[in-house]
Design a protein around this ligand. Structure first.
Ligand SMILES: [Zn+2]
Length: 310
């Protein structure tokens, strides 16, 4: 099984690669704060190793001037890869959020795009069923928008997984021949979730959501999306999180009220990462509400996207 091969590969890398070993061992000491929103919780993780990602410059000029860290020739010599089908490779992420955190880049240097690659994401989740596979769009979280990649983290870490299962904030809109479409209520961020075992149908519905949403953001190379996929009990669960903005206003403040938070799939999955301790200590429940509201769509706007699809 792939999951076993990945676990073995992961353990081998931690033995061979000092930096990865050190960073994963430090993860045990990471500090967290929990915030309750009544029917769900969000936690904040203080993780200094993530500064590279949170503060990454992703404008075309900065991207063009740096060596791409996902291209094989630029990777650290200790970082081995596990080849998959579909011209992807699994790498151990040396700056982890999860106790098992993988980066899954394409073998070739090509733009971050999901429309024609969503099917691959489903395949990955299926073979890596102890992981949640996630995608950050080129303009909303990917720190290598020029090199197509997914990431994956061990399941059971992000609150959204259990929030979906316990059903307090997710509401079923439609169930039709092997696919369910869900929306979220009073969850601070608008999300469309799909569940089912019919791959073809999931790809089709995802395509419809994507195309509809693209009409809202015609100026972008693709509509801004974060996506999480897990495979459990022979079904896929897909959370599509449409985005309005890459970073909230707090990120750009130049005084002591700045919060260096750059939300992507994991943060919106309920695990907010703060690379700086001052932000970890300062952030309030109100800040979280405000940040999520700025960067995500609300329920009415999600309903608008879903119009015509249902
Ligand atoms: Zn590259």
């Amino acid at each position: 099984m792939y999951s076993d091969r990945i676990d073995e590969f992961f353990s081998d890398q931690l033995c061979e690669w000092e930096l990865a070993k050190l960073n994963y061992s430090q993860l045990n000491k990471v500090k967290t704060r929990e915030f309750s929103f009544g029917t769900f919780e969000i936690f904040v993780q203080f993780n200094p190793g993530r500064i590279r990602s949170s503060a990454a410059k992703v404008d075309p000029k900065s991207i063009g001037e740096r060596p791409c860290f996902l291209c094989r020739r630029n990777r650290p010599k200790e970082q081995r890869d596990l080849n998959l089908e579909n011209k992807l490779s699994i790498l151990v992420n040396p700056y982890p959020i999860f106790s098992r955190h993988l980066t899954i880049p394409s073998d070739i240097h090509t733009d971050q795009r999901i429309r024609s690659n969503f099917d691959i994401m489903l395949s990955l989740a299926e073979i890596m069923h102890s992981y949640t596979v996630f995608y950050n769009g080129p303009q909303c979280g990917a720190s290598a928008p020029d090199h197509f990649h997914f990431q994956a983290g061990n399941r059971g870490f992000m609150p959204i997984e259990k929030d979906f299962t316990n059903g307090m904030n997710a509401s079923l809109l439609i169930a039709d021949h092997g696919i369910e479409i869900w929306k979220w209520i009073a969850y601070l961020r608008g999300i469309i979730s799909l569940k089912g075992n019919d791959r073809k149908k999931l790809v089709e519905v995802f395509g419809s959501v994507f195309d509809k949403f693209a009409e809202f953001q015609p100026e972008n190379p693709e509509p801004m999306l974060n996506i999480l996929v897990e495979f459990s009990s022979d079904e896929w669960i897909v959370h599509i999180i449409p985005r309005k903005k890459h970073r909230p206003s707090q990120f750009y403040r130049e005084d002591s009220t700045q919060l260096l938070i750059s939300p992507a799939a994991v943060d919106l999955g309920g695990a907010i990462i703060t690379p700086r301790e001052e932000d970890f200590l300062m952030i309030t429940k109100g800040d979280i509400e405000d940040i999520f509201t700025q960067v995500c769509f609300d329920e009415e706007e999600i309903a608008e996207i879903l119009k015509g699809i249902l």
